[in-house]
Design a protein around this ligand. Structure first.
Ligand SMILES: [Zn+2]
Ligand SMILES: [Zn+2]
Length: 274
């Protein structure tokens, strides 16, 4: 998986202190899944020369802009520039239909371009291009927000998505080999519906994964030094914990390894372009 963005929360997003482009996952037999394409997704796809027409499925966990703002352009990429009805979209009820003051996040025009639109409900299981995926609850200001447990060929990878901490939320992710946690604030700086480092320590202590990964870093977390916060968490939990950077590649095979994407700064036109 490639982290197109490791930032999160309003200030990191509006300043783009770090990108907020979500995660690109290559799985199975060359399938491509894009999770939560917020601001910066398109820019960073170009920087690594990733052709968005290769995307097979798009997941949007909830109706906050750091998770969905680039989604309609990703759909245009997935459908070869709106020429071919193609691909799958998975989204919370707020993303797909809207609820209260939240959403919908995708226009009817773009929903019609996608071959298959799925509304996500906690407690269900979906098949994402052959990858079994459990849908988990969160405690967030978008009450329909969901987290995910992806059954990769090499163990379970959890993407928790934005949430406040509770034992109940954390226990859903037991059995995960890699736990991707949105740790928005440092130390014990709790803000509603989000995790701080102190919450991450409790969360990781209950799940006991092989690796915990900090993403969705808020501006105070970035100022505080997320690598230091991750190291402190590792010392307290005994679980390997890292804070990733934009365009890091996490390879979950028999061995888990981390590297940086090769980046380009040219006017790139992919082969699929007219
Ligand atoms: Zn967020
Ligand atoms: Zn959110």
């Amino acid at each position: 998986m490639i982290f197109l963005g490791t930032g999160g929360g309003r200030h990191t997003t509006m300043y783009q202190t770090r990108s907020t482009g979500g995660i690109l996952v290559e799985h199975g037999d060359g399938k491509h899944l894009h999770i939560d394409p917020g601001p910066g997704a398109l820019t960073n796809m170009r920087r690594i020369h990733y052709d968005p027409s290769k995307t097979d499925s798009l997941i949007i966990s909830h109706a906050h802009p750091d998770h969905y703002s680039d989604a309609e352009s990703v759909i245009e990429g997935m459908t070869f520039g709106c020429w071919k009805k193609r691909g799958r979209l998975y989204g919370s009820p707020t993303v797909v239909s809207g609820k209260g003051k939240l959403g919908p996040c995708i226009s009817k025009y773009h929903l019609d371009l996608v071959r298959d639109v799925n509304v996500l409900e906690p407690g269900t299981v979906v098949d994402v291009d052959g990858m079994r995926t459990e849908i988990c609850r969160t405690d967030h200001s978008d009450p329909t927000n969901v987290g995910f447990k992806f059954e990769s060929g090499c163990g379970t990878v959890s993407y928790v998505s934005d949430t406040g901490y509770s034992e109940e939320i954390a226990l859903q992710h037991r059995g995960s080999r890699v736990l991707i946690l949105p740790v928005t604030t440092p130390n014990d700086m709790q803000i509603p519906y989000h995790l701080c480092t102190e919450d991450a320590v409790s969360f990781i202590g209950l799940v006991k994964p092989e690796l915990a990964v900090f993403i969705h870093l808020g501006i105070l977390m970035i100022k505080n030094g997320p690598e230091k916060q991750a190291l402190e968490t590792e010392k307290r939990t005994g679980v390997r914990t890292i804070s990733v950077r934009d365009l890091d590649i996490l390879d979950v095979g028999e061995v888990i390894s981390l590297s940086q994407s090769k980046t380009y700064n040219d006017e790139w036109i992919p082969d699929s372009s007219p």
